[in-house]
Design a binder for this molecule. Structure first.
Ligand SMILES: Cc1cc2nc3c(=O)[nH]c(=O)nc-3n(C[C@H](O)[C@H](O)[C@H](O)COP(=O)(O)OP(=O)(O)OC[C@H]3O[C@@H](n4cnc5c(N)ncnc54)[C@H](O)[C@@H]3O)c2cc1C
Length: 239
């Protein structure tokens, strides 16, 4: 992320931190307000994903913020680390509510798991994730956890990303459903293509059908939890 910011600045881009967008008025130009000022722009790219929080309500009915949590162990002995993941691969398991983990260069295990519909931060991340880690790696029972954090990603009903354009000049890309590290870069490339007149690849995504979450903003969290309970039960039964 820091490398990308440096690359952007080296090409003449300017980044304004601590200036959240609070409103967007469609038109030509688009009028964008932050707490400290107003920007007028011919074209806008909205990439706030799960954190936009009310700035573009039209995008919110078809997506749902979700929390996921990660813990990181203290550095492990090299042979202990290698025994956990002999091929040093990054792993995502096949469960509906999946766990994901990999080793760091200094032989820590980073372990993430679970989904918290609605995106609220749990009070004790270690208490939530450590048991999942020990289920996969019981040999880490006495290992100290050095770091724990939580973040919010944006889920769509069909788990496909949402790319599109509003009013011909507000482009958006969001809702990678937990897989945005690579796909958000594809989105950036495709939006740059469409802005420079090459739109076929962007249109392939923009044409994907997206349904609203059943129950809308009020009920999307409890209804998704019921669905997840069903699929989690299937995971447990191995069906
Ligand atoms: C704990 C965790 C683990 C994950 N693991 C993986 C993984 O292993 N692989 C994977 O592919 N994906 C993973 N994801 C998902 C991945 O992080 C996201 O899909 C990806 O970051 C989406 O990129 P983005 O640029 O669209 O949004 P974000 O990275 O969420 O960036 C949005 C940016 O918009 C800014 N913003 C929002 N609203 C405003 C506003 N009003 N004004 C100004 N700025 C605003 C935010 O400050 C933020 O900088 C994980 C997510 C979490 C939380």
């Amino acid at each position: 992320m820091l490398g990308e910011a440096a690359a952007f600045e080296s090409l003449g881009g300017v980044i304004f931190e601590q200036s959240p967008l609070v409103s967007l008025e469609h038109g030509s130009p688009v009028v964008l307000k932050t707490a400290g000022g107003t920007i007028r722009a011919d074209r806008v790219v909205m990439a706030g994903n799960a954190y936009l929080n009310g700035v573009l309500p039209v995008l919110e009915g078809k997506s749902m913020p979700c929390g996921t949590q990660v813990i990181t162990t203290a550095p492990l002995e090299a042979d202990v680390a290698r025994a956990l993941l002999p091929n040093n691969m990054a792993v995502e398991d096949c469960n509906y509510l999946l766990d994901y983990y990999r080793l760091t260069r200094d032989n820590r295990l980073i372990f993430g798991g679970g989904v918290n519909y609605g995106g609220e931060d749990p009070a004790n991340i270690e208490a939530l994730i450590r048991p999942k880690m020990l289920k996969a790696f019981p040999q880490l029972a006495d290992t100290k956890i050095d770091y724990a954090w939580s973040g919010t990603f944006l889920m769509t009903l069909n788990r496909l990303p949402q790319f599109g354009v509003l009013n011909d000049n507000v482009y958006y890309a969001q809702g990678y459903s937990g897989h945005g590290v690579t796909c958000s870069h594809l989105a950036g490339r495709l939006i740059s293509e469409v802005m420079t007149g090459r739109d076929e690849r962007f249109d392939a995504f923009a044409g994907l059908p997206h349904l609203p979450f059943p129950g809308g903003r009020m009920l999307r969290v409890p209804l998704s939890a019921v669905g997840a309970w069903y699929y989690q039960t299937r995971d447990k039964l191995g069906i």
